[in-house]
Structures are given as structure tokens and as C-alpha cells.
Ligand binder design. Structure first.
Ligand SMILES: Cc1ncc(COP(=O)(O)O)c(C=O)c1O
Length: 469
């Protein structure tokens, strides 16, 4: 008898379960060349599955050459299908076995930049998805153009003009798979190996890596309570494009004042460089009027990047780039050679979502939720830590910075916190020049309800109290 196990509780179909087990037995030599397999009827009876299931598995194994049928005498393992060192899941290096961190249910995760996932506007989205699927002509199911659907580009251009003062024609837009791909395309557009890119310090590791992997040499410019130190822009032989998050610096949260914006624009004009404006989460501003985009000061020298990851959901993977005209054609080409285009149907759904006013309505509703969560987090931080904590950064976005007196958030401390059931990142991990932000942590609150916030902060307190003892 061939030992094969089937588990009906799994989502994996029975044919797949049986196929993979027989396949790996043949590859690793448990079933040897020339060995007879039980009849389909017999194996089906042994496994208590329908005969059709086993027939399908045998057919597939025969089609791929693992088995051969001999007229009148049955089914046998074929020659030459033994692999000396078959790859098993166990033999995969640890580094690629798990993608992403396993978060158990009970861990409070203060990861920044995650919106309230449970509040995704499913009902409206589902209705519009249904509409798009039923009334979109067949040709939309084919390959599209690299810049994305006109409907979405036009909806975004109007929305951005209304809300952020961004001035652009829909043809200056390229729809991307999130801001991450937008930054990757910009890096490819702007950087030749060895070129300099001036970048805020701190800024996310991912963004640093995107630029350096295109061969850029990063020139870190420090960030203070007013954003990037624009008076430190480097001219002469080391000049280069500048990457900034002016509406809400990530992670420190400062807003770039007009004087520094003007310095950036003048710098770009004088050196023939571009300013890359990553406007990743500024839709959620809780106090004061919305901040205008840097792009609106001079669209000919600013590349503007936006994303729907924070206002709707990171799972959508939709973002966009607004480019000065001379860069549009090359960017379209780079996008085409990267992944042809971003999925069309999602673009069409999103276009209707914006055009019918749901996006702005959703942002208004979410602003209330996030403001409440932010205030609650501030309150709990104050109650737990009193004067030893200071909240810094503008009242915008989905995270805040908590700055502690007398604490260094080393990797060891952050690991102790994880052990205590709370996941927190330090600002220091995003710093290029190390040693200046060790007392600061980033607390994302977008996806945490009040009771989780309370639980998470009390766990942080527990760990810090033990350290201070
Ligand atoms: C500053 C900044 N830019 C861009 C992104 C990327 O966003 P996405 O690729 O999900 O659109 C992030 C992610 O959190 C971010 O923090």
C-alpha cells in the first residue's frame, strides 16, 4: 500500500494533496522507478475518496512524466524521475521560509502607516466593483496602457486640485502599484550609478534601499522640527535630486514651512535637479487647514507621489506619480517594462469611488476616527509616563512620535517589548546617521482601537518600569 494522507479540513483540494505526496515520493525515491502503483479503484478505496479524484491525479502525474501506464498490467513509476537532493520545505533557508513577521493575535502592533482595516468601505466598494464588472466593455479585460486608466487619472487630477492645490493634466499621471513602485520608478528615472540623491534623515529604510539599489549615493540631510534642513542642500559637483516628505515628514512628523519650500524650489531651478515630493498620508490633518503641496509652487521641477494605501487600504496597491512633462514618456516606458500596468479593474472601481464622492466622504469619516485614536493615545501616554514622555510631530497622519527621557530604545529593549506582547519600531532604525534618535519610538494608531492602545501602552510601561528599576 502507498502511504498517502488526506486532510479534509485543509483548504487544499484532495487532488492537490494526493498529487504532491505522490510526486515527492517519486522525486525522493520512496517510490522507485518501475514500481507498480495501486489501481485507481484500490487507492480511492484506501483513501476513501472518489475514484475520479485518483484518476485525475494519475493523469496529471502521467502527463508530467512521473508515471507510465503499461497496457494491461497497470501504472508504474517512470524511469529518471528521481531527484538526488529534492527540495523540501524544510530545506528552504530560514530567511525565505516566512515572509513577513508572524504576529500572534494578542500582540498589539503599533506599526505605522496602517489604516483602520476593519473600516474599509466594503459596501460601496462592492457595489462599484459589481457595476464595473457588469458594464465595462470586454476590451478593458485586455492589456492596458502603462500610465493607467484615463478615468482614474482624470479623477485623481481633479481630486488633487480640489484638496491639495496640485496642478496637473491627467496625462502627467502614471498610476503605480503603491507609492513604493512610484519611488522605484523615480529612482530609475533620476539616478545613474554614482549620482547623488539628497534625502531626509531619518526616512524609511525601504526608501533608502530603493535609491541605493539603483546606484544612488545618499546625502543625508538632517530633519528638525521644521523638516529637512534646506540650507544644507549641496551644490557644485555633489548636487542632485532631493527626496522629501514635506507635508508630514516620515517618521518625525514635521511640516516644511514655506521658506524651506522656496529654498528647495530655487535649488531645483538653479541646479537643473528635481524635487521628489512623497505625500503619503497628509489627507489626515486633525488641526488647522490642509497643507498645500510643494508641487503647486512649481510643477516643472517637482515630481509628486501619492498613494491610496493610507486613505483606503495598502492591499489595493494603487498609488500614482505626477511628472513634469519631459519625464512622462520615459516613466511610462519604465512602468511598462516593470509590470506593464497596474490592474485595470481596480483602477476603474477606484475612479468611480472618487467621482461619486465616496473618497472624500471616507476621508472625512476616517479623520474623526483617527483623531479620536490619536487623542486617546496621547492621553494614555500622559497618564502612564507623565512628564517623561513628549509627543512630537504635527497632528497629521496615522502615527506619532513619543520621545522619552532617560530611555534608549535599543534592539534589546524593543525585543523585550515584543516578548511582552507589543510591537514597536524605533526612529533610530530609519536613521542614516546613527545615535540621534534612540529615545524616540514611532506609534502607529490607525489600525488600533482604544482598548488595544491602552493594552499596548501598559505593556510598554511594564517593560520600561523593569528597565528603570
Ligand atoms: C514615507 C512613505 N512613503 C511611501 C510609503 C509606501 O506606501 P505604499 O507603497 O503602500 O503606497 C510608505 C509606507 O508606509 C511611507 O511611509
Amino acid at each position: 500500500m502507498v502511504w498517502v494522507a488526506v486532510d479534509r479540513r485543509l483548504n487544499t483540494p484532495l487532488t492537490k494533496q494526493i498529487f504532491h505526496q505522490l510526486q515527492s515520493k517519486i522525486l525522493n525515491g520512496d517510490l522507485k522507478a518501475g514500481q507498480a502503483l495501486p489501481s485507481t479503484r484500490q487507492l480511492a478505496a484506501d483513501l476513501q475518496v472518489s475514484r475520479n479524484v485518483v484518476l485525475e491525479v494519475y493523469e496529471q502525474l502521467m502527463a508530467e512524466g512521473y508515471l507510465e501506464a503499461r497496457q494491461g498490467s497497470g501504472t508504474f513509476v517512470a524511469e529518471g524521475a528521481l531527484l538526488k537532493h529534492p527540495l523540501t520545505f524544510e530545506s528552504l533557508p530560514d530567511s525565505i521560509k516566512h515572509t513577513g513577521t508572524k504576529m500572534t493575535e494578542d500582540i498589539v502592533n503599533f506599526r505605522s502607516g496602517i489604516p483602520a482595516l476593519e473600516l474599509f468601505p466594503r459596501k460601496h466598494w462592492a457595489r462599484l466593483a459589481q457595476q464595473v464588472l457588469s458594464d465595462t466593455p470586454g476590451r478593458s479585460f485586455g492589456y492596458g496602457s502603462p500610465e493607467g486608466r484615463y478615468e482614474l487619472r482624470s479623477a485623481i487630477a481633479k481630486y488633487l486640485y480640489r484638496t491639495r492645490g496640485v496642478r496637473c493634466h491627467p496625462d502627467q499621471l502614471v498610476i503605480t502599484s503603491g507609492a513604493t513602485q512610484a519611488i522605484t520608478l523615480v529612482a530609475k528615472l533620476l539616478v545613474n550609478p554614482g549620482d547623488h540623491i539628497m534625502i531626509e534623515d531619518p526616512i524609511t529604510n525601504d526608501i533608502q534601499t530603493i535609491f541605493t539599489s539603483c546606484g544612488a549615493r545618499l546625502i543625508p540631510l538632517p530633519v528638525d522640527h521644521s523638516g529637512i534642513a534646506a540650507d544644507r542642500l549641496v551644490t557644485g559637483a555633489y548636487h542632485g535630486s532631493v527626496y522629501v516628505t514635506p507635508s508630514h515628514q516620515y517618521p518625525l512628523g514635521s511640516i516644511l514651512p514655506i521658506q524651506r519650500r522656496v529654498q528647495l524650489i530655487e535649488y531645483a531651478r538653479n541646479t537643473g535637479s528635481y524635487i521628489v515630493e512623497d505625500d503619503y498620508d497628509s489627507e489626515f490633518r486633525y488641526e488647522g487647514p490642509p497643507i498645500h503641496s510643494l508641487q503647486s509652487l512649481d510643477p516643472s521641477v517637482v515630481i509628486y507621489i501619492g498613494t491610496f494605501s493610507k486613505i483606503l487600504s495598502p492591499a489595493l496597491r494603487i498609488g500614482y506619480l505626477i511628472l513634469p512633462y519631459p519625464l512622462v514618456e520615459r516613466c511610462r516606458m519604465l512602468k511598462w517594462f516593470s509590470d506593464l500596468h497596474t490592474p485595470s479593474l481596480e483602477q476603474l472601481i477606484l475612479a468611480r469611488f472618487i467621482e461619486e464622492g465616496f473618497l472624500e466622504r471616507h476621508i472625512r469619516q476616517m479623520k474623526k476616527v483617527y483623531k479620536q485614536r490619536r487623542n486617546f493615545l496621547r492621553k494614555v501616554l500622559g497618564q502612564c509616563f507623565g512628564d517623561s514622555v513628549q509627543v512630537t510631530g504635527d497632528s497629521t497622519g496615522l502615527h506619532l512620535i513619543a520621545e522619552f527621557t532617560g530611555i534608549r530604545f535599543t534592539n534589546e529593549v524593543l525585543e523585550q517589548m515584543l516578548g511582552a506582547g507589543v510591537s514597536v519600531h524605533g526612529v533610530e532604525m530609519h536613521a542614516i546617521q546613527k545615535g540621534r534618535h534612540e529615545n524616540r519610538i514611532i506609534l502607529g494608531y490607525g489600525n488600533l482601537e482604544e482598548q488595544q492602545i491602552e493594552k499596548g501602552i501598559s505593556r510598554i510601561k511594564h517593560v520600561l518600569d523593569n528597565i528603570r528599576k
